[in-house]
Design a protein around this ligand. Structure first.
Ligand code: AMP
Length: 371
């Protein structure tokens, strides 16, 4: 059993080894066998998560029995959506029978409620529920769970049939999501506002992963990758690279750092579509933006700064005033509306971007320390 695994950029830690799971499955099979020895129950496995449980359970159940499946779905990513769909309905043969539901996991009880509704009016003789994993802390208690494999704390788990966004079902052991306090910050501001400079100080101070989309593009251009060649044609004109390309690249960067204690997004998002995509992406990974901090400075100060920077950085987009003005135009049209986007979420903080570098770092830190 590996100590930890990574699925789609999230880290999971080993928590229940296969032998403990199999022992629990065997105990359940023994208990049910004692109660149903002289009957022929119909076991109903709840797909997809219960497939491994059902398989091991059936191997240990010694008496005559039948098996069928239903398929419900309520998990999307890491949190229960509350919407339970029936994807595979019940077969006829449950009428007048002893039915035992085989559920991989019972947590809030919403899926269970839907299951019970599914069987209501089906003229079931005897209806019992067996759950391999049971989160007693959050269960709403509406129905009795007749057979429990093991009680577990309210943590997101994966493996032994259970998935994280459809992956991890093939793991023999159970792993739980590594919970870590995270701070995710968007550094916002016009070109030359000092986002990159400040990010290098903040990432040290708060142990965050700095992602600068501009830097990633420039690395790709240097490396002569397809992405770099595509980006170059836009960057050279002072235009934004198309959203989808940028969004996909950003997702890859986040997923490449599963252990990060948080991220500083520098130069992303730059359009409403990017901001929406970022929110959606983070939500699906149990993450969120905590604050968007804007470094505010006057255009003429910024133009002068960029031209100075261009002399040493070698960046072609910093050396030509018309390109700089075009980047400002792109900012005003496409990026500036994000201020309202984040204000609406109560996450926008403006900071004076003029002054000595440490002084500005102090202003940013004052915002972050309050989060
Ligand atoms: P920067 O280093 O942040 O000033 O970015 C340099 C250039 O990279 C920009 O002028 C854009 O052409 C491109 N770029 C960086 N980030 C983005 C983004 N989020 N969306 C679109 N283009 C971007």
């Amino acid at each position: 059993m590996k100590e930890s695994i990574t699925l789609l950029g999230r880290r999971f830690e080993a928590t229940i080894p296969e032998k403990d799971i199999l022992a629990a499955v065997r105990r359940m099979a023994d208990a049910i066998a004692r109660d149903y020895e002289d009957r022929t129950p119909v076991f109903v496995g709840v797909l997809n998560g219960a497939f491994m449980f059902v398989s091991d359970f059936m191997k240990h159940y010694p008496y005559p029995c039948e098996l069928t499946f239903v398929k419900l779905s309520s998990y999307r990513g890491l949190t229960s959506t509350g919407i339970v769909e029936t994807l595979l309905d019940l077969p006829e043969e449950v009428e007048g029978r002893d039915v035992i539901i085989l559920e991989d996991i019972v947590d809030t009880g919403r899926t269970l409620q839907e299951l019970v509704h599914l069987f209501a009016g089906r003229n079931i003789k005897d209806f019992k529920i067996a759950a391999l994993f049971y989160k007693s802390e959050i269960y709403n208690g509406e129905y009795t769970i007749d057979y429990v494999g093991m009680e577990i704390p309210d943590r997101f788990i994966v493996g032994y049939g259970l998935d994280y966004r459809e992956q991890g079902r093939n793991l023999r052991d159970i792993y739980q999501l590594k919970k870590q306090p995270m701070i995710n910050i968007v550094l916002f501001g016009k070109p030359g506002a000092g986002k990159g400079t400040q990010a290098t100080f903040l990432k040290e101070k708060y142990n965050l992963q700095h992602i600068s989309t501009g830097d990633v593009f420039r690395r790709n251009i240097k490396g002569g990758t397809d992405l770099g060649n595509l980006a170059k044609s836009y960057i050279d004109k002072g235009e934004l690279v198309p959203d989808q390309v940028t969004i996909d690249m950003l997702k890859d960067e986040v997923e490449a750092h599963p252990d990060a204690a948080g991220f500083i997004f520098d130069g992303f998002p730059r359009t409403t579509a990017q901001a929406e995509a970022l929110d959606h992406f983070l939500e699906g990974r149990d993450m969120k933006i905590d604050a968007t901090i804007a470094l505010e400075a006057d255009d003429e100060v910024l133009v002068a700064r960029l031209l100075e920077r261009g002399k040493v950085s070698g960046r072609s987009d910093d050396q030509d005033e018309s390109k700089i003005r075009n980047r400002f135009e792109e900012y005003n049209v496409k990026t500036a509306p994000l201020k309202a986007y984040y204000q609406k979420q109560g996450k926008f903080h403006g900071v004076n971007g003029i002054g000595e570098i440490p002084e500005i770092t102090g202003r940013l830190a004052a915002v972050i320390d309050q989060l």
